[in-house]
Design a binder for this molecule. Structure first.
Ligand code: PLP
Length: 317
């Protein structure tokens, strides 16, 4: 379990590394949904997603003597970029284990932040195992993408910012992959305002947290196919699952069609480029899946890194 005071410390620790994103009222979404909707655009965060908060907290909280040889992780996506970025700022070497078929754009982004790339396998399981093995043999610190208390505390700083900007918030909507983001946010929100609801959102096609909660234990999915590549995690972490069980009110599910509509809605009406994973919360609002009316909702858009080659297909459909 992570604790409220540790999230306050994390917020101060990472203050100079991250962008303090705003919380913006959306008149259109409010009118359409019957709630007051406020968007938290972490697609405008450094590196294009919230993950830099957790990565920076991990790196800055680590004992310099232990972390001086560098950090390592296994992720082709936003976490890999976040670790590379935060390590470079703190002047530590970083290695990112990526899939053998990593897209040139993602590889270039990670290299651009100065990290070394190690290609391995195609599944996230293979990458994480390889990263943990290299961490052992090279004496590097392994940064887990979600199931780590320091990473979860860093993500929780989003919850504190929401409370600063909207102290009487009634509910918060958060995308869920492995559950690090929602664990941090829910601990922050419930620590300060226990009556505020916290809802996670998952794609129907990748609903391992939803299933785990209903089964009462960590439940694994296989053969996941969703446009939301940041939410393709096949099971929650042990740490994140226990926090979600304790603090999260429910998980809402959205279809692929609803995710696409939300992404285009944000682009056209909100002038915001969200990636599919980042748009699931807005999808839940637009599709009428939130079980509230007349309430103040903070809606987290978790990231905006997407392959723009996907856009024409989304638009023509
Ligand atoms: C990683 C990620 C998520 C999911 O975060 P978890 O901590 O794994 O639940 C959601 N959206 C984006 C854009 C991400 O990169």
């Amino acid at each position: 379990m992570i604790a409220f005071p540790d999230i306050i410390e994390a917020q101060q620790r990472i203050e100079n590394v991250i962008t303090r994103t705003y919380l913006d009222h959306s008149a259109t979404l409010s009118r359409l949904s019957g709630n007051e909707i406020y968007l938290k655009p972490e697609n405008l965060q450094k590196t294009g997603a919230f993950k830099v908060r957790g990565a920076a907290n991990f790196i800055l909280k680590s004992d310099p003597q232990k972390i001086c040889r560098g950090v390592i992780t296994g992720s082709s996506g936003n976490h890999g970029q976040a670790v590379a970025y935060a390590a470079a700022l703190a002047d530590y070497p970083a290695i990112v284990v990526v899939p053998e078929d990593v897209s040139p754009a993602k590889a270039a982004a990670i290299k651009g932040y100065g990290a070394e790339l190690v290609p391995c396998g195609t599944t996230s399981q293979e990458r994480i195992e390889k990263a943990q093995e290299l961490a052992q043999t090279k004496g590097l610190s392994f940064v887990h993408p979600f199931d780590d208390p320091w990473v979860m505390e860093g993500q929780g700083s989003i919850g504190l910012e929401i409370l600063e900007d909207l102290p009487d918030v009634d509910a918060v909507l958060v995308p869920v992959g492995g559950g690090g983001l929602i664990s941090g946010i829910a601990t922050a929100i419930k620590g300060a305002r226990p009556d505020t609801k916290v809802y996670g959102v998952e794609p129907v096609a990748s609903n391992s947290m939803y299933r785990s909660l209903r089964a009462g234990k960590v439940t694994e999915l296989t053969g996941i196919k969703t446009l939301a590549d940041g939410l393709r995690t096949n099971k929650p972490g042990l740490l994140t699952f226990s926090v979600v069980q304790k603090h999260v009110d429910d998980i809402l599910l959205v279809t692929e069609e609803e995710i696409k509509k939300a992404l285009l809605f944000l682009l056209e009406r909100g002038k915001l480029l969200a990636e599919p994973s980042g748009a699931v919360t807005v999808a839940a609002v637009l599709a009428g899946k939130v079980p509230l009316k007349g309430k103040k909702l903070a809606v987290v858009i978790s990231g905006g890194n997407m392959d723009l080659k996907l856009l024409p297909r989304l638009i023509s459909q």
